[in-house]
Design a protein around this ligand. Structure first.
Ligand SMILES: Nc1ncnc2c1ncn2[C@@H]1O[C@H](COP(=O)(O)OP(=O)(O)OP(=O)(O)O)[C@@H](O)[C@H]1O
Ligand SMILES: [Mg+2]
Length: 299
């Protein structure tokens, strides 16, 4: 019997069946010779056992192959899903960090070129701001690739670094705007510790929403408001621009990833997103993330 299993393991199925049949026939013939005389039970016994062995092995073998195939498909599927999730994360983080910085640099350099002859001091200031933005952008690329929060958010116990980061995003946005956008930042409520990835999401959402204001809103004023409530932290970016119909937004191959990225990022961290807008009525983008143990009240 062990020899039969070894044969089934080593040879292709058809050959193995031949071998097992031949082995059974040989053994039966030898047994006939020893016992001298033909007993049908003695012939049928080994043949039956041989047959059952072959069929049982065949069934086991088929099942194990099917199981291996399913495991392989599962592993491949998991790999594909993981790679896709990472690609989506990188694309939205790059959009709202480096992408926004590059558009600021572009606008600042255009403004510098225009002021070059008449207002050299202003032009130099624009170039200096563009260079600082580029340096910050380089650092951000490294952090995005390593899935780290923006550098300015390291060791943020009292929420001061988060407020500073929002001020900086607002400043860059106002500087990068060519039509004198007024950007105000306000913090309401008593700050509570916010996980680094949530703080990073708040800053990147603000940057993404501000990039949209600068690019699409034709607004005069925009207010960035961070509110600590008892069980959540909320960020609103509200502009007084021309507004749009959020239900009518259709992403193209290369554009239209901004608002979707804001939604996906918030969703991935257990938060929610609202976009309120209508033509002629300005736009408010809000994200809210749950936090543990805060308190209400204005500051
Ligand atoms: N603050 C805003 N004011 C007016 N329209 C807006 C505002 N924010 C978004 N929109 C409209 O919503 C559309 C979708 O914005 P979204 O950020 O998703 O894509 P995008 O800015 O067109 O491209 P991308 O961000 O991928 O470079 C914009 O094309 C614009 O028409
Ligand atoms: Mg956008």
């Amino acid at each position: 019997m062990p020899v039969a299993f070894a044969v089934l393991q080593v040879l292709p199925f058809a050959w193995a069946v031949g071998c097992v049949v031949a082995m059974t026939a040989l053994l039966t013939a030898a047994w006939q010779r020893i016992t001298d005389g033909v007993d049908p039970v003695q012939v049928a016994g080994p043949v039956g056992v041989g047959l059952v062995t072959v069929l049982a092995y065949r069934a086991l073998d088929l099942e194990s192959r099917a199981r291996q195939a399913v495991a392989g498909q599962l592993a491949e599927e998991q790999h594909r899903t993981g790679a896709l999730a990472e690609r989506t994360r990188l694309s939205r983080e790059i959009h709202d960090s480096v992408g926004q910085g590059l558009s600021s640099i572009n606008l600042l350099l255009q403004a510098a070129e225009q002021a070059w002859e008449e207002q050299p001091a202003t032009a130099r200031e624009h170039v200096r701001t563009a260079a600082a933005t580029a340096r910050g952008g380089l650092e951000e690329v490294r952090r995005v690739v390593r899935d780290l929060a923006p550098a300015e958010l390291a060791d943020d116990a009292g929420g001061a670094a988060l407020a500073d980061a929002l001020h900086r995003a607002a400043e860059e946005s106002a500087l990068g705007s060519t039509c004198g956008l007024d950007v105000a930042v306000r913090v309401h409520g008593e700050p509570v510790p916010v996980p680094a990835e949530v703080a990073a999401a708040l800053v990147r959402t603000a940057r993404g929403a501000l990039a949209n204001v600068r690019e699409h809103a034709r607004a005069g004023r925009v207010a960035v408001t961070l509110t600590y409530q008892h069980d959540e932290v909320v960020l609103d970016v509200r502009d007084d621009g021309r507004g749009f119909d959020p239900a009518a937004v259709r992403p193209s191959a290369t554009r239209g990833r901004g608002l979707a990225g804001i939604r996906e990022r918030a969703g991935a961290l257990g938060g929610r997103t609202e976009v309120e807008s209508a033509p002629g009525e300005g736009t408010t983008v809000s994200v809210a993330f749950p936090v543990a143990g805060g308190s209400g009240g204005d500051r």
